[in-house]
Write a protein that binds this ligand. Structure first.
Ligand code: SF4
Ligand code: MG
Length: 317
């Protein structure tokens, strides 16, 4: 009647997202801090992949990197010192559909959070973990961190740090059930973008160490690598991080590296003088813990309660 067509549907416009869609509060990191570029790279990836902001979660611990979720227009969790990874795993357990970005620091992840680091990597839940490594505790004004180079004067070692620093990627490559380990530098935005994009596309826990400039407390620690690109080894392979022509031209020291070769990855990572950037290791077949924890997620409430009752009945005496 009235000539209405029954197959009519409202014309809902398709949503599209711009960089502004992911911009949160005004970033209050120091001017020229490398964290600004890392934030931009993540926002660009979200825009390029057209991820709805409500599907994105940024998780952090404590430190300068801990501010990261405040500057993303997305869900966020600024957690406790060293606890970004267990919080991120908890979110993934209940909401495996969300895209999780973890921002952690060298002090946050490799010191107080080291126990969680080891196990989160082993759980291999699908998320991108960015270690913003400025080789110092920045937020608390320059204490020695696990990656502080020998000789750097800090508030806790005024005459210079004297223990050998932790080699982050070499350490991760010794963990169990690793699935994606990469390294990049914040002063090369093109390489950093490609590395983080590859990390995002990988299904499993992608761990990316980012050498991050801290002009306030460690302004010169990367001078050698920044001033002499030949001291950096650019890892290239058809299964690795794609190198844009300007990046490939800048870093002439190319190393063909198959990221499925763990022994070679460990050898490359161990060379602290000629640091490798790119994808060190990838295993897409490593088991993911959320494939186990997601079981039963779609159950209606009454079925869940019945299943719980059945489980509890097993312990009735
Ligand atoms: Fe960045 Fe260093 Fe300032 Fe922290 S102290 S915001 S790491 S420049
Ligand atoms: Mg730090």
């Amino acid at each position: 009647m009235f000539g209405l067509k029954t197959d009519w549907h409202p014309d809902v416009p398709q949503r599209s997202f711009t960089l502004e869609s992911y911009e949160g509060g005004v970033a209050r990191w120091c001017p020229s801090c490398g964290d600004h570029g890392i934030l931009s790279a993540v926002q660009r990836i979200c825009r390029d992949e057209q991820i709805p902001p409500e599907q994105v979660v940024a998780v952090s611990g404590i430190g300068c990197s801990g501010r990261f979720p405040h500057y993303m227009h997305a869900y966020g969790f600024h957690s406790l010192h060293g606890r970004a990874l267990p919080v991120a795993c908890g979110i993934k357990v209940r909401r495996p559909d969300l895209q999780i970005w973890v921002a952690t620091g060298d002090g946050d992840c490799c010191s107080i959070g080291a126990g969680h680091w080891l196990h989160a990597v082993r759980y291999n839940m699908d998320m991108t973990v960015m270690l913003l490594d400025n080789s110092v505790y920045g937020l608390t004004k320059k204490q020695t961190s696990p990656t502080t180079p020998v000789g750097l004067a800090t508030n806790t070692h005024p005459e210079g740090a004297w223990l050998p620093p932790l080699n982050v990627v070499e350490t991760v490559l010794g963990f169990t059930n690793i699935s994606f380990v990469a390294k990049t530098v914040d002063w090369n935005p093109a390489h950093m973008y490609q590395t983080l994009h590859a990390a995002y596309c990988h299904r499993g826990l992608s761990f990316v160490q980012i050498l991050q400039r801290c002009p306030t407390y460690t302004p010169h620690i990367f001078d050698e690598w920044r001033g002499n690109p030949d001291s950096i080894r650019l890892l290239v392979h058809e299964d690795g991080v794609p190198a844009d022509p300007p990046v490939a031209k800048m870093y002439r020291n190319h190393v063909e590296h198959d990221p499925s070769d763990l022994d070679r990855a460990r050898q490359l990572a161990a060379d602290a003088e000629r640091i490798p950037i790119g994808l060190l290791y990838r295993n897409p077949d490593a088991p993911r813990y959320e494939d186990f924890t997601a079981r039963g997620l779609g159950m209606p409430t009454d079925e869940k309660l019945a299943a719980l009752d059945r489980e509890l009945d097993r312990f009735a005496i």
